[in-house]
Write a protein that binds this ligand. Structure first.
Ligand code: MEV
Length: 433
């Protein structure tokens, strides 16, 4: 990648940006052509969901400056919220100057569950399940032979007993968990097929009745971690009153606050998910699954807490770390059929689901870094003003050059709201005519 072509990327038009990405060797000329038709065709969309009517579009942008495990990435993000891509790119730029993100991606093991109730003898059921474990795994693998042929499949079995809760009047459940390697796929269909494939056998072995058989989106065996270490001189802003050390310490306190206060933790994690969901969505993966798993993981101690941690290194640097379950796929679902997901794959240039995870978790950490740095120094609104002003100008009805004119005046106005935007637009239109 020749990054010199990407200078002042934000100032270019969308076509200039795509051309710059070709010049920088991020996209090929064919990819450039692909961008002219990223629309989901009616026929394709009609086959994706039921009762299809039309497409609901989101802007797809590129976050710059991501250096992850010593490789440069341009990251596709599908998001409607202003400032998210700018914040990710700005955070990643500082972190790239500090040798980038280092990631650790666990084995990609997904979990399937069969819930059994009315089990007459739990001890006997448990010992049967353990005794016949290999048979259960074999049956599961027979239910989905193609994943086994490719080197994946069910690898382990665990039994959990969920005791009755008299207060909530819930019965005892015997939960059978299967651990499954789904290779490059997120694997929901693979797992669901396997779990349904072993249900009758589990009923036979336990004497219980199955309530349901389904994957768990709490993918605690598919974790991604990103770490960054930032020297304090990179934290000092030119016109800020805060020294680099103060920014570091305040940022660490912001992390501590989100650890102890769930009200703050939710907002803190929402900022992380701004980045994560946008890349997950652009990549054609199931962002609901990722969000659900992430928030459950944030509650693993019994209290909802920050997903990231920030601390001071021995040499005084700021160290950030983010870990969350990231069961994304590089194949399957809409990844191979949605044209924008295919384009995103070309733009990001990832080879495997693990590599995609590494980028996504890094984007989450960059997003969190930028948000906290702004919050504990100048506040968040200053950075948001520009795009918010543009959105208001468009909402007021401005088009073409009037958007920028209204937005500029709006930023200096006493009240930055829709009414002011409408007033300004009226004046500008009158002047222009
Ligand atoms: C806004 O979408 C996200 C933030 O609120 C995140 C945060 O407060 O950490 C800025």
């Amino acid at each position: 990648m020749d990054k010199t072509y990407l200078d002042k990327f934000y100032k270019k038009s969308p076509t200039e940006r795509k051309k710059a990405l070709v010049a920088a060797d991020v996209l090929t000329a064919d990819d450039f052509l692909l961008t002219h038709n990223l629309h989901l065709a009616d026929e394709l969309a009609d086959n994706m969901i039921e009762n299809y009517l039309a497409n609901y579009e989101l802007p797809l942008g590129a976050a710059l400056n991501f250096l992850v495990d010593d490789k440069d990435y341009i990251v596709p993000m599908a998001i409607e919220e202003p400032s998210v891509i700018a914040a990710a790119s700005a955070g990643a730029k500082i972190i790239a100057q500090a040798s980038g993100f280092k990631t650790t991606i666990s084995d990609r093991i997904m979990i399937g569950q069969v819930a059994l109730k009315e089990v007459p003898d739990l001890t006997l059921a448990k010992s049967n399940l353990i005794q016949y474990k290999q048979d259960i795994l074999k049956k599961a693998n027979e239910a989905h032979p193609s994943i086994v042929k490719r080197g994946g499949g069910a690898t382990d079995l665990f039994v959990r007993i969920i005791e009755a809760d008299p207060e909530a009047a819930t019965p005892v459940f015997l939960m059978v968990h299967l651990h499954v390697s789904t290779l490059e796929a997120m694997g929901a269909n693979i797992i669901n097929t396997m779990m349904e494939g072993i249900t009758a056998y589990l009923e036979e072995l336990t004497g219980g009745t199955a309530l349901m058989s389904i994957l768990s989106n709490y993918a605690t065996e598919c974790l991604a971690t990103a770490v960054c270490q930032i020297p304090v001189h990179l934290l000092k802003r030119p016109h800020s009153n805060y020294s680099g050390e103060e920014v570091r310490d305040r940022l660490i306190e912001a992390g501590q606050l989100a650890y102890v206060d769930p009200y703050r933790a939710v907002t803190h994690n929402k900022g992380i998910m701004n980045g994560i969901d946008a890349v997950v969505l652009a990549s054609g993966n199931d962002w609901r699954a990722i969000s659900a798993g992430a928030h459950a993981y944030a509650s693993r101690s019994g209290q909802y807490r920050a997903l990231s941690t920030w601390k001071k290194a021995e040499n005084g640097d700021l160290i950030g770390q983010l870990t969350l379950p990231l069961p994304v796929g590089s194949v399957g679902g809409s990844i191979s059929i949605h044209p924008a997901a295919q384009f995103s794959k070309r733009l990001l240039g990832y080879e495997s689901a693990k590599e995609l995870e590494a980028v996504i978790v890094s984007v989450g950490l960059a997003q969190n870094f930028s948000a906290l740095k702004a919050l504990v120094t100048e506040g968040i609104q200053k950075g948001h003003m520009g795009l918010q002003a543009r959105s208001l100008a468009i909402s007021a009805g401005a088009t073409g050059t009037a958007i920028e004119q209204v937005a500029e005046q709006l930023k200096r106005a006493k009240n930055m709201n829709l009414a002011t935007a409408k007033e300004l637009l009226l004046n500008i239109t009158a002047l222009n005519n």
